[in-house]
Design a protein around this ligand. Structure first.
Ligand SMILES: [Fe+2]
Length: 274
């Protein structure tokens, strides 16, 4: 039964001819029965709340906030969204690690701008590496099992450790699976675990065939070989792919070329009934 409505509230792109705002980030608002779930919170609450208001969405109704991982472009709106709603927060324990990105020899902090202590004053926080059912038909995957060598996390992603900065494999990266009994939808945050790994893992967690995957694909710097393999997987399994956020123009064009109309670019204001 199609009882889930999904709306993109934050993305790098916006619906044409709208008053919606874009930024480097992502957030989806998911309505299902008496549950309102926020999957990621964008880079800023300013943009998130502007877009929510423009789309007639009350962030005060949010019951659950699920984080895809701990980078700033997914968690920047978190503290205010939590204060507005008092929603419980569900995440992988590694979201609170101090995360960095090394570009041209310079290390820039890209982790969450809030501490666990600060957030826990506002909301109940549940940390889990395991798949967690949030409603009877919606689950957070927890840590994604990774097998595909094409999807190794690049060395430029770092995190603090006792030995200084070390490679961050971003184990906290998780996705959402919505299985309505007929078909399943996968929502991605930044998909650092890779789409081949994530889709195979998500399919192992749900009964219905996955027919739609939407969200940040992190194909932005992927090799042509990886893009080809990702498109081939989706085509073989009959999955429509909507790339948002960290997909990038070049990968979007390449995916469209490989997949035709089975690939599209997402934006703020896009909605799905699933
Ligand atoms: Fe991201």
């Amino acid at each position: 039964m199609k009882d889930t409505r999904i709306t993109c509230l934050s993305d790098n792109a916006v619906k044409l001819s709208s008053s919606l705002r874009g930024e480097h980030g992502i957030a989806f608002f998911i309505e299902q029965g008496n549950k309102s779930i926020l999957f990621d919170t964008g880079q800023s609450f300013e943009v998130l709340s502007h877009n929510a208001e423009a789309l007639g969405i009350d962030l005060g109704t949010v019951t659950d906030i699920i984080l895809s991982h701990g980078h700033y472009d997914h968690t920047g709106g978190l503290l205010d969204a939590a204060m507005e709603s008092r929603a419980r927060i569900l995440c992988h324990p590694d979201v609170f690690e101090k995360k960095y990105k090394r570009v041209s020899g310079e290390d820039t902090y890209i982790g969450m701008p809030w501490s666990e202590e600060e957030l826990s004053l506002v909301s109940d926080i549940t940390c889990s590496t395991q798949p967690t059912a949030v409603t009877p038909t919606l689950m957070a995957t927890g840590e994604v099992q990774r097998q595909d060598p094409l999807e190794r996390v690049p060395d430029l992603f770092l995190k603090e450790s006792g030995q200084g900065l070390v490679h961050d494999t971003i184990r906290d990266d998780q996705s959402l699976v919505i299985d309505n009994g007929e078909e399943a939808t996968v929502l991605l945050g930044c998909n650092h675990a890779g789409m081949l790994n994530t889709l195979a893992y998500c399919q192992s967690l749900c009964k219905s065939p996955i027919t739609l995957v939407a969200g940040g694909t992190h194909l932005v710097a992927a090799s042509p070989e990886r893009i080809e393999a990702t498109a081939a997987y989706a085509l073989t399994h009959g999955i429509v792919v909507h790339g948002y956020h960290c997909t990038g123009d070049a990968a979007s064009f390449a995916m469209r070329k490989e997949m035709g109309e089975q690939y599209g670019r997402g934006y703020v204001g896009m909605t799905y009934h699933r």
